[in-house]
Structures are given as C-alpha cells and as structure tokens.
Unconditional design. Sequence first.
Length: 448
Amino acid sequence: MSTVHDVVVVGGGPAGVGTAYFLRGSGLDVRVVEAAAEVGGRTKTVHVAGVPANTGALFVYRDTMSESLATELGLRLIPFRPTTYGIHVAGVTSVSTDDDELVERLPLPLRGKRQLREFMANVLDEYSSFTADGALSRAADSLEDHTVADSLTGLDPQVVAILEAAIKGGAVGKPQELSAKYALRYFASYLAREKNNRLYLVDGMQAIPQAMVRRLPEHTVQLGTRVTEVRFDSEADLYRIHATTPTGSLTLSSRQVVMAVPSPLVAQLCPGLPDWKSRALARVKTPGSTTLNIVADANQCPEVAQWSFLTTVGTRFDAIINPLPGVAAPGTPPGIVRFVCYGNTAGHVPGFSDDPALIHEWVEDFLKVAPALRGNILGVHGQSWEHCFSLLTPERAQVLPELQRPVGRVHFAGDYTSATAGSHGAYAEAHRVAELVRQSVPDSLQRR
Ligand SMILES: Cc1cc2nc3c(=O)[nH]c(=O)nc-3n(C[C@H](O)[C@H](O)[C@H](O)COP(=O)(O)OP(=O)(O)OC[C@H]3O[C@@H](n4cnc5c(N)ncnc54)[C@H](O)[C@@H]3O)c2cc1C
C-alpha cells in the first residue's frame, strides 16, 4: 500500500521549501517534490572562481521575510551600500556619485542631456516622497494602478533607450507593464543609490532554502522528481500526484497539495482548474531572463570595484550589478569583484549555460563596458531562466485574491501569489499557505 501524505508540495524553491519549513513541528507528513537535483529554484548560487555567485535572486530586501529567515537561520548578511550609478551608451561608460557629472560625460546632444537630468530628478523626487529609510510608505500604494510608461512620452529616442534599459534592467518588466510602485522599489532605488533596503548573503541566496532543509525531518524533500500532473481522485477523496524520476515514474497520494512552481506551470500541471483560477493565472506575467556572472580581479582598476549599478544600452544585457561595491566579502581576497549582467530584454535563451561561444559574446559586451578588466576575468557562469520574475503589474495586483484562493484542498504559493515579488514574496506566501494548511487539519491529526 502506498503512503498517503498529509501534504505534497510541488516545487522545492523558496515557496515550496518555505512551506515545509513553516509546517515543521505540526506533526503533518509533508513531502516536497522537486524536479532539479537541488532545492532553491531561482535562488540558485554557483561557485565562480571559488566565489559564491547568484545566478537568479541577488539581494535580500530589508524588513522582509527573507531577512528574518536569513537571521533566524544564522546566515551572514552584508549591507549593499552603493555610492555610484552608471550608464553605458554609444560606446561610452560614465559612472559617478553625482548625476550631473554622470550625464555630462555621456555622448548625448544637449537636449537629450537636459531631458535625462530632468527625468532623473523627477524620479528621485518621487522616490523621496514615497520612501523612508529605503522602505516604501503606505502612500506608495496609490501608485499600484499606474505604470511608468507615461513619464517616457515626448522624450528623445536615445533618452528613451537609456530609460527603458534602466527600467528593464532594474525591474525586469517593460515600462508599460510595471506598476509605478514596483518600479520605485527596484529601478528608482538604484538611481537613488539607496543604502538601506538591500542586503547581500555572503554564502549566496540559495543558502536560505538549503539551511531550511537541514532543519526538516530527513526525506522531506524528494529531489530529481518532476511532477507531470496533479489530479483529484474523488472516490478516494485524495489527490494523486504523478511524477517522473530518472528511473521511471511514480504516483504520490496526498490529502492536501501546495503548488509552488512558477505560475505558467500551475495551469499545465493542474488540469480542470475552475475558470476564475485559470483567468487569474493567465494575468500573471513571468518573462524570461538571462544572467551572466563574472568574477574579476579589479586590483589594477580600483574605481571599477566601486561600481554598483550600471544601465547598459547596445549590449546583450540591460544592466550590470556589483552587489558588494568597494567591499571585500569574508573569505574573498580584496579587489575580487562579482558582477552580474542582467539580460532582461534578451529574455530566455535556451541552452545559454552550455554555449561557450554565446557566453563569450556576452563577455565581450561586458568588456566594452569595462575595458580595464580585459585579462582580469577569473571566471564566468551563464544562466537562463524561462520564468524569471512574477511581475507586479496592475493586472496581477487586481487578481491577487483569486491567485491566493485555494481550489478544493490545493493551495497556491509562490512569488506569483505574493503582494510583492521576489524570494521575500515567495517566503511570505509559504508562511500564509502553511497557516491555511494547519487550519484545515484537525488538532488531533496535527499532534499525531
Ligand atoms: C535573474 C533573477 C533575479 C532575481 N533577483 C531577485 C532578488 O534580488 N531578490 C529576490 O528576493 N528575488 C529575486 N528574484 C526572484 C526570486 O528568485 C523568485 O521570486 C523566487 O525564487 C520565487 O520562488 P518560488 O518558490 O515561487 O519559485 P522558484 O524559485 O522558481 O521555485 C520553483 C521550484 O519548482 C521546481 N519545479 C518546476 N517545475 C516542477 C515540476 N513539474 N515538478 C517539480 N518541481 C518543479 C523548480 O525546479 C524550482 O526549484 C530573481 C529571479 C531571477 C531569475
């Protein structure tokens, strides 16, 4: 007779592992089923030239569940303290602590420089009126229904190209898709050189789900198991979770299910969802993205080690981020810098990780921006994500209650059901769903 689990969680990323973590001690038999060979999903960390490098999620946001979990799990955090902002356009890289100087050095006509300065000043004004110490105020909620596209109308094409790359690079979505509130948190905060809202995990973002798994009962997580379908068996009053493994196929049975995979996969894996749920899921945008991690020795060019966020035009990526500007991370020699190039416009590039020629092209683009690092690159890693970020668009904000609502005893948790986005959104959703699961189980069963 096969085991009937109390809860099967589909997906071992932040939301899936988080759900099991928040259910520990409940007495419930929880099984997390993960397709990959390791947990973490889009918080994957790799070692490049011996240095932990984040291929997906990069930062822990302050005062979110990612920060409280990292602290609870005893993980080391370093504040992100940018002092510079940079733009690369038409072959010129300008990086500065001062926006006037930054714009002055760009190869733009006078009118373009004026427009860019004005735009930056307006964004910074808006940022300071809607944030305090790096946190968005309640008043920022009023921006949820607006997009950032309107502010670009009437600007010169070269200026629009810079700002579109800045928005895409900082917040993944296109200006016409993003809520103005979300754009503040991401794109505007880089422009503001915000020092109070991001932290960097010394051992990488994947350290959070990995540390959680170490606190779970053995065998909670079943790796290398790809779920192909979740069906309700009305006769047995159980869910049947069909999956494939490297050696064959298997079916798990469960009283409750948590769908913790990126939203486009939810509808594929759960046939027969009610219309209201399918309609809500269809309104979630999760575009793809490609990242290139570069670890370099910047001892010969210390100014490059101070770079923090650069918007790049005319490159295969839209942005470069150095999460530790001017800081030697514990365990890493001074002057060793880890850059991440974000190809949000490039989207998903299947096979990128295994294509040295393509990776080489991206590295050459990076060297156009940072020529001083030629000959000083110690290692690179390419990664492409089919589903990168569950954008917080006005459309998604409107259907959030439907995205979160269970269907029968199937629950939905992930960045796609969260009021924010990112791993903090996924962990917060794990917590919400774990509470729902607990409430739906009689006390006697929980103490079992
Ligand atoms: C380039 C990039 C930059 C980002 N930057 C940040 C950042 O700075 N800060 C931040 O907080 N967040 C960031 N994020 C977002 C963050 O990584 C995600 O929001 C978060 O990982 C979502 O967690 P999740 O559990 O909902 O989904 P995922 O992390 O996608 O986890 C889902 C899991 O389900 C598994 N899975 C999929 N299909 C199946 C199946 N059929 N059967 C079994 N398992 C399956 C996957 O392998 C995966 O492990 C970034 C993401 C990317 C890609």
